[in-house]
Ligand binder design. Structure first.
Ligand code: GDP
Ligand code: CA
Length: 337
């Protein structure tokens, strides 16, 4: 749909592919614009700890939109305590049969545990992850429809340069992505089907956005589900991304370690080229870079990607809302160019 001035339309449908913290913060700003927002969340970080199924990116999104996120840590709950984890650690340190079961590096908070308990029980009862996520959203009143990319088990495993393989969470949290990765294996993705509502949300959107999330282990993993990448390639909606890379570095996190593992340099321009122009079989029509990366605008336009430089630091909700507005402007042909 060609929408001359989206600001006057009440029911612009915006579908956002997103990871955890970067995705969640972006949604918080986008939500203030009052559009109909669906978030398609990465599930590659999901893991099982002590029989509990944990969905870190979904939880970051739900807690952030629900006002329950720890603003200081950026993940997990505000006012969190870790008494259960400490008790588990005591078992792990004194009982051989416990030590392999308790990952000392995983931040299993007491409040967070309630989410994992209730979700795991639902899943054990045969409830789909997407349904369980919808129920979490009811409690947190997210105001945004949050759908995990798939209900199938899709987990990112990292091949290290010593030929061993670890779950993405272990590489990210325990090794701080400091052990060089040679390959990200997105287990289960090739055979996975999108969760109910995902394909419709992409096909029927007025705008599809890539949040300023990790291009490899967040957005890249969502796109490893073949039908999702196909839907992005074929939607009639414009597809616009926001760069998570500013001035040659990730704003937070270790995205550079992920990008170098797949041979992409850590720059706003390189990430846009990695996604590729939809006209040439790629995934995006437009790309927002930060003002400091202004030099990328001309070259990306020449490569067929419509591009603008705007402030891209999400330091508060207003700044983030302005980023979301700029993305919708770029997608829907608003004022500036
Ligand atoms: P994760 O799953 O928790 O790692 O979160 P995401 O994948 O959604 O987002 C991580 C990415 O967000 C990182 O690559 C950061 O560079 C990016 N990011 C974090 N804060 C900002 C910000 O203020 N502006 C921009 N442009 N990117 C950000
Ligand atoms: Ca993540």
């Amino acid at each position: 749909a060609h929408l001359e001035s989206y600001g006057r339309l009440r029911d612009v449908r915006v579908t956002v592919l997103c990871g955890g913290i970067g995705g969640a913060r972006f949604l918080l700003g986008l939500r203030t614009l009052g559009h109909d927002v669906t978030a398609v969340a990465n599930t590659g970080d999901d893991l099982t700890v002590l029989g509990l199924r944990i969905s870190p990116d979904v939880d970051s999104i739900v807690y952030t939109l629900g006002g329950g996120i720890s603003t200081e840590r950026g993940w997990g709950r505000e006012g969190e305590t870790f008494r259960v984890r400490d008790e588990l650690t005591a078992y792990a340190e004194s009982v051989a049969a416990a030590s392999a079961l308790v990952p000392s590096w995983f931040g299993l908070g007491d409040l967070d545990l309630a989410t994992h308990l209730i979700r795991s029980r639902w899943l054990a009862d045969g409830v789909a992850l997407s349904t369980a996520t919808r129920w979490l959203c009811e409690r947190w009143r997210t105001g945004v429809t949050v759908i995990p990319a798939t209900d199938d088990s899709v987990e990112t495993h990292v091949h290290l340069n010593d030929a061993t393989t670890v779950h993405f969470q272990e590489w990210w949290v325990r090794f701080r992505a400091q052990v060089p990765a040679t390959h990200f294996e997105v287990r289960g993705a090739a055979a996975a089907t999108p969760a109910p509502g995902v394909l419709e949300a992409i096909a029927e959107a007025d705008v599809v956005l890539f949040a300023p999330s990790n291009p490899v282990v967040s957005i890249g993993v969502i796109l490893e589900v073949p039908a999702i990448a196909d839907a992005v390639r074929s939607t009639s909606a414009p597809v616009v991304g926001l760069s998570p890379i500013i001035g040659g570095a990730a704003v937070r996190g270790m995205a550079d370690a992920c990008l170098s593992a797949i041979g992409v340099s850590t720059s706003a321009e390189a990430v846009a080229r990695h996604y590729g122009c939809r006209r040439d079989g790629g995934l995006i029509d437009g790309w927002l870079v930060d003002d400091v990366d202004e030099a990328a605008v001309g070259v990306l336009r020449e490569a067929g990607i419509s591009c603008r430089a705007v402030p891209l630091l999400m330091h508060d909700v207003d700044a983030t809302a302005a980023m979301a507005r700029a993305a919708l402007d770029l997608a829907l042909g608003g004022a500036r160019d």
